[in-house]
Design a binder for this molecule. Structure first.
Ligand code: ZN
Ligand code: ZN
Length: 349
């Protein structure tokens, strides 16, 4: 058992490029909560933006980390449905369940939304306290690193559903973790040909391994003509979200088509809006996921439908500050780094 008032190791974000590993108070359990011993927690692109000081929602000092799974170490007395010893993936989105958006089945845009790792301490630590209702139980044999992809995969499932229809060709901007998971989600949903556009050849190689056609941005127009059907493309999913990808998507999508915008690369863009009007192009923002999207992500991972090979790797909590630096200065060989805070040590007895 863990002593009350005990300490654990956590990665604390203090400001631009300042993230340190330190002793941190063990989370206290409130009503309805469970204590998770973190086995795997992915570093999200949004947290890299946070690390660089570009995130308006992440206020230091903060323990980030919202893509995680682990073992249930302890539960509050009122918790039902999960037990100590269960393995679970945590949905970090805490919606109020009472507002009009929640009532409309859209908890992702809940008016009182909170996210673990943004509004309360996250999982870049040995332990985290989470609402038990946000835990999805998974088999103990499920690979923890793979399981930690549920959150970003849910983001991608949501985006795919907002635009794409089965059998249709699709274009995805970005071959980072979100782009590669969007590609896999689109394939699972029965998309036709998929073209992935990215600036980095190494990342495009990952996309090709997962069955996509690929192109550099300057080749995108030609690739549209040569690699996709002559009907053009009705849906483009932008997992980058910068001026260049937004404008190119607007220029390339079919009249009447949709651009689903997932990437939060830049806040401001100057776009050909008259072209958007004259062609009735829909610009659709896509943010996080519904409970159904999350459940479907867990299902795909549990059933071996998603691959993280070749494009992801793991590190320890001690190595994590260097991982943040490598991912932001472009020296990381892998596009996804998953932290193993408890490094495979046996569970506390
Ligand atoms: Zn994320
Ligand atoms: Zn709500």
């Amino acid at each position: 058992m863990i002593e009350r008032g005990a300490a654990m190791k956590a990665l604390v974000y203090y400001g631009p490029k300042q993230i340190t590993l330190e002793q941190y108070d063990m989370p206290e359990l409130k009503q309805g909560e469970a204590l998770i011993r973190i086995e795997a927690v992915g570093i999200c692109g949004s947290e890299l933006e946070g690390y660089l000081g570009h995130s308006s929602v992440r206020t230091p000092p903060l323990v980030m980390g919202h893509e995680f799974c682990g073992g249930i170490e302890r539960i509050a007395p009122d918790v039902t449905g999960v037990q100590t010893g269960d393995k679970g993936i945590v949905n970090p989105l805490i919606s109020c369940g009472a507002c009009d958006r929640c009532a409309a089945g859209r908890p992702n845009i809940c008016r009182n939304r909170q996210i673990i790792g943004i509004h309360r301490p996250g999982a870049f630590a040995e332990y985290a306290a989470v609402p038990a209702a946000n835990i999805y139980r998974v088999p103990n044999e499920l690979d923890s690193d793979l399981a930690s992809l549920a959150e970003p995969l849910a983001v991608c499932i949501h985006a795919v559903k907002l635009g794409l229809r089965p059998f249709e060709d699709a274009v995805i901007y970005g071959a980072g973790p979100i782009g590669l998971l969007t590609l896999q989600a689109a394939r699972q949903m029965g998309a036709g040909r998929i073209l992935v556009v990215d600036r980095q050849q190494e990342r495009l190689a990952f996309a090709r391994q997962l069955g996509a056609e690929t192109a550099l941005p300057e080749q995108a127009e030609e690739a549209f003509d040569s690699l996709l059907s002559a009907r053009g493309v009705d849906t483009i999913i932008d997992c980058v979200g910068v001026q260049a990808t937004r404008e190119q998507a607007i220029q390339l999508v079919n009249p009447g088509g949709s651009i689903v915008i997932v990437g939060l690369g830049q806040d401001q863009s100057t776009l050909s809006m008259n072209h958007v009007v004259r062609r009735e192009i829909s610009l659709i923002g896509s943010y996080t996921y519904t409970n159904a999207d999350f459940e479907q992500a867990v299902y795909l991972l549990t059933n071996g439908c998603i691959s993280k090979e070749s494009w992801s790797t793991t590190c320890s909590l001690d190595e994590a500050p260097d991982a943040f630096a490598a991912l932001t200065d472009g020296t990381a060989k892998f596009s996804k780094i998953i932290i193993n805070p408890n490094g495979g040590r046996p569970t506390h007895g």
